[in-house]
Design a protein around this ligand. Sequence first.
Ligand code: ZN
Length: 233
Amino acid sequence: MKLNQLKYTEIKKYLEKKDCLIIPVGTCEQHGPHLPLCSDTIVAERICDEISSKYNILVAPTVNYGVNLPIDDNMTGTCGITYILLKDTLSSITQYWKNQGFRHFFVVSCHGDFFHIRALNDTGDNITVIEPYDVDISDILERQVCARHACEAETSVLLYLYPELVDMSKAIDFDVPIEKFLPYLEHKSSKKLDGYVGNIGYATYASKEKGKLIYTRMKQKAEDVIKEYLAKL
Ligand SMILES: [Zn+2]
């Protein structure tokens, strides 16, 4: 149920029964040589759409830009917005809907950049941020303990949901110790990193089977949060 495919009179009716809205937040960010720039966006949208159908909750149009790592700024096609702009965008659009009767917003994002997530969390009290990749998948992964970037986990999920968008012949493995990468995660460095082609983790270990297991857990996480809210209505 997409909000912008309904008439305003239908949305008014929806508000008689429910007061929440799901907002997918994506990125336009390089995902290594083997995954598309929309990887975060289409996975978030898929989760939102499936939950929307199951629980009859409206999904807002996707916010297609997020805050990226500075090291990726010059990777062709990558495009982002600042922490302030993301926070202001969300504040601005949710304010419209608040004025019309929406009371709560579930923001779903598959992008883990610190500043990106902080901007979503700093937007307001009536927003619950859901990070589907922030779930324990250590038992499913072979070479990683959690999701990194365009890695074993993310590539697996894309192979499961959108195999036509994945080019496994271009997938490579690249790892960097967390202490060496921390200044990049904290946006304090964007110096070229030897061997970095955009992905971090073990993309060549990805599989459709792992993707199905990971995606199921990711969706469950989002579903649990929303279900809990609906139970209190
Ligand atoms: Zn991603």
